[in-house]
Design a protein around this ligand. Structure first.
Ligand SMILES: C[S@@+](CC[C@H](N)C(=O)[O-])C[C@H]1O[C@@H](n2cnc3c(N)ncnc32)[C@H](O)[C@@H]1O
Length: 242
C-alpha cells in the first residue's frame, strides 16, 4: 500500500520510523512525502495568502497544492483525502475500508485551511480525527497512516492483536494484566491464572462487554451480539456484580 503525503513539514513523518509499524515501512506499506513549498509562488517560499473577504489568518493557495498533486505519478495518486476538522469523523470501519486501497493521498492543511476550490476539484473525501482542532493536518495524517497500516494484511506480526483490538468487533477491549500476580495488594483475576482456556475466553468476552456497557453504552446499541455474548451479559446483569 502506498501513502502519498502533501505537506509543508515532511520531517514530521519520520515519527513513523518508530515502533512496531516501522518494521513494515518499506515492505507492506510505503510513504512518499511531497513538499508543497517546492511549488511556492515566490522565492520566499510563499504557499498561503490572506483570505478573501477578510478574517483572521492565512489560507493555503490552490496552485501549489495542485502542482504538488501533479508530482505524484498518476498510477500512484489513488484516493485523495484532505485531513480536516470539517470532515467525516474517522472510525475503525473507515480505517479497515481504507486499508484495502492500493494508494491514498493525504493533504495536510495548515493555517486557516486550504482554498475550497482545490477541495472541490481534487479531493475525494474529507476526514477528521475528532471534534477538536489541531495546528496541522500532519498529526492527523500520522494517526490515519498508523491506524490504516495496522490493518494491512501482514503488517502486524500478530494478526490476532488487530482482530481483538477495541472497535474491531464493535466493542471495547477488556482489561489486560501482566506480571507480577500481586501489585500493591491487588491481585490478577484468578481465572486468568487458571490455565482453563474456555473460562479465560469467557472472562475476556464478558469483561469486554462490561467495559463497553460501563464506558461506551452507545456502542452496545450499534452492535449485534452473539448468543454467547448476550447470555454472558444477561448473567452478569442479573447478578449485578463487577
Ligand atoms: C489550525 S487548523 C485550521 C482550522 C480552521 N481554522 C477551522 O476552524 O476549521 C489547520 C489544519 O489542521 C488540520 N486539522 C485540524 N484539526 C483537524 C482534525 N480534527 N482532523 C483532521 N485535520 C485537522 C487541517 O488540515 C487544517 O487545515
Amino acid at each position: 500500500m502506498n501513502f502519498n503525503v502533501l505537506t509543508i513539514f515532511p520531517e514530521i513523518f519520520s515519527v513513523l520510523n518508530t515502533g512496531v509499524l516501522s518494521k513494515e515501512l518499506g515492505k507492506s506499506f510505503f510513504i512518499d512525502c511531497y513538499d508543497i513549498r517546492k511549488h511556492a509562488i515566490n522565492k520566499h517560499g510563499q504557499i498561503d495568502s490572506k483570505p478573501y473577504g477578510g478574517g483572521e489568518g492565512m489560507v493555503m493557495m490552490p496552485k501549489p497544492l495542485k502542482n504538488s498533486l501533479k508530482d505524484i505519478p498518476k498510477s500512484k495518486a489513488g484516493h485523495v483525502i484532505y485531513l480536516s476538522p470539517q470532515g467525516k469523523k474517522l472510525n475503525q470501519t473507515k480505517v479497515v475500508e481504507l486499508s484495502k486501497k492500493k494508494s491514498i493521498t493525504l493533504i495536510c492543511g495548515r493555517y486557516e485551511g486550504i482554498d475550497q476550490r482545490f477541495i472541490d476539484s481534487y479531493v475525494d473525501e474529507e476526514i477528521s480525527i475528532g471534534d477538536f482542532v489541531i495546528s496541522g493536518g500532519e498529526f492527523a495524517a500520522v494517526c490515519l497512516i498508523d491506524a490504516v497500516a495496522r490493518n494491512i494484511p501482514g503488517a502486524i506480526g500478530n494478526k490476532d492483536s488487530v482482530l481483538n483490538d477495541t472497535f474491531s468487533n464493535g466493542l471495547l477491549k477488556g482489561h489486560v494484566y501482566t506480571r507480577p500476580e500481586k501489585f500493591e495488594e491487588i491481585e490478577v483475576p484468578e481465572v486468568l491464572l487458571s490455565g482453563n482456556h474456555s473460562k479465560i475466553k469467557d472472562w475476556n468476552t464478558l469483561n469486554s462487554l462490561i467495559q463497553t456497557k460501563l464506558r461506551r453504552p452507545d456502542l452496545l446499541n450499534k452492535v449485534k451480539l452473539t448468543k454467547k455474548q448476550k447470555k454472558l451479559l444477561e448473567e452478569w446483569e442479573s447478578k449485578d456484580i463487577l
